[in-house]
Ligand binder design. Structure first.
Ligand code: NA7
Length: 293
């Protein structure tokens, strides 16, 4: 069998480079985005730009969504009738970050339709999306994963972590680590800066040690240079933290570090106007709480 035809719905910060990598890997890709101008640049890479999601989905073997949240995915699937337009035997892959319960609900609603369903959220930001090195956490049947794996591998490194919803659960675990790590990297950078150490040299000195991480190197640099152009938006980080805390409550768990980061990201987004800044801008919230501009 040849390469499957792909419909890609949602070409925002992450979706656009992911769709570009599918095109680069030789897939035929039809794209749709709610705000049409964000999809248009993909035409030069060979994408067919569609005016309506159903136009993209009609003849697709694989439908991928990469939109803001569970409500947007649900709207596409069941209000705009994407699920009805999908053919028998096709695969639906939601790569958005949504609640595990929503992913399980979508899988259950598609189950009677002979459509394979995977939740496959990602980590790695726009850098990973462009480089096709995303961590892809997948929930769903093994057979569906096996079918979808070559497509996912064009965007990064897919690993199946369990049945429907497990990909989203893995993403919440990922975001708990990301949120708290960004928070503590911000504290380390501010401590060093205020105390008179050179921040770039500090990052170099810590490289390869126990405290080293992609977050220290990438987001630490952003904090030093003040570059908060979004790779991942603070508003998106807050959505994920809200979902972590909700899931933890369902599981009767208390997650104190995450709960503190929830409070701080909420403050950054609602009081300091940081929603559209990169999530490393929690550094600005830290400076603000220390009375530093
Ligand atoms: P962006 O750049 O904010 O992109 C969000 C995308 O979702 C963008 O294409 C939006 O279209 C689209 N969107 C939002 N709401 C809807 C509805 N209701 N219907 C259809 N499309 C919608 O975010 P990222 O690319 O960084 O993140 C995407 C996902 O990955 C998200 O789940 C993150 O948590 C991780 P627009 O261009 O605004 O018209």
């Amino acid at each position: 069998m040849g390469k499957p035809d792909i419909a890609f719905l949602g070409t925002g910060l992450m979706g656009a480079p992911m769709a570009a990598n599918l095109l680069k890997a030789g897939y035929a890709v039809r794209v749709w985005n709610r705000t049409a101008e964000k999809a248009r640049p993909l035409a030069s890479s060979g994408a067919v730009i569609c005016d309506h999601p159903l136009q993209a989905v009609a003849s697709a073997d694989v439908v991928i969504t990469m939109v803001s949240d569970g409500a947007a995915v649900c709207d596409l699937l069941f209000e705009l009738q994407v699920s009805k337009a999908m053919g028998s035997g096709s695969i639906f892959i939601d790569m958005s970050s949504i609640k595990p319960a929503q992913a399980r609900d979508h899988a259950a609603r598609l189950a009677g339709r002979d459509i394979d369903c995977l939740d496959a959220p990602v980590s790695g930001g726009t850098k990973g999306a462009k480089a096709a090195t995303l961590a892809i956490m997948v929930g769903g049947a093994q057979s569906a994963f096996d079918r979808a794996k070559p497509v996912l591998e064009a965007m990064g490194r897919p690993v199946r972590v369990g049945e429907a919803g497990a990909g989203q659960l893995a993403k919440l675990a990922n975001q708990a680590i990301v949120a708290s790590t960004i928070g503590v990297v911000a504290e380390a950078m501010l401590l060093a800066e205020k105390g008179g150490a050179e921040p770039a040299a500090l990052r170099k000195a810590l490289k390869g040690g126990f405290a080293d991480s992609i977050i220290l190197q990438q987001h630490g640099e952003r904090m030093t240079t003040g570059n908060f152009t979004p790779g991942g938006r603070s508003a998106t980080q807050l959505k994920d933290i809200d979902n972590i805390v909700e899931e933890a409550t369902t599981l009767s768990l208390s997650l104190p570090l995450t709960e503190q980061m929830q409070h701080r990201y909420r403050r950054l987004v609602s009081e300091l106007d940081g929603g559209n800044c990169d999530h490393s801008s929690i550094y600005l919230e830290l400076k603000d709480r220390n009375g530093l501009s």
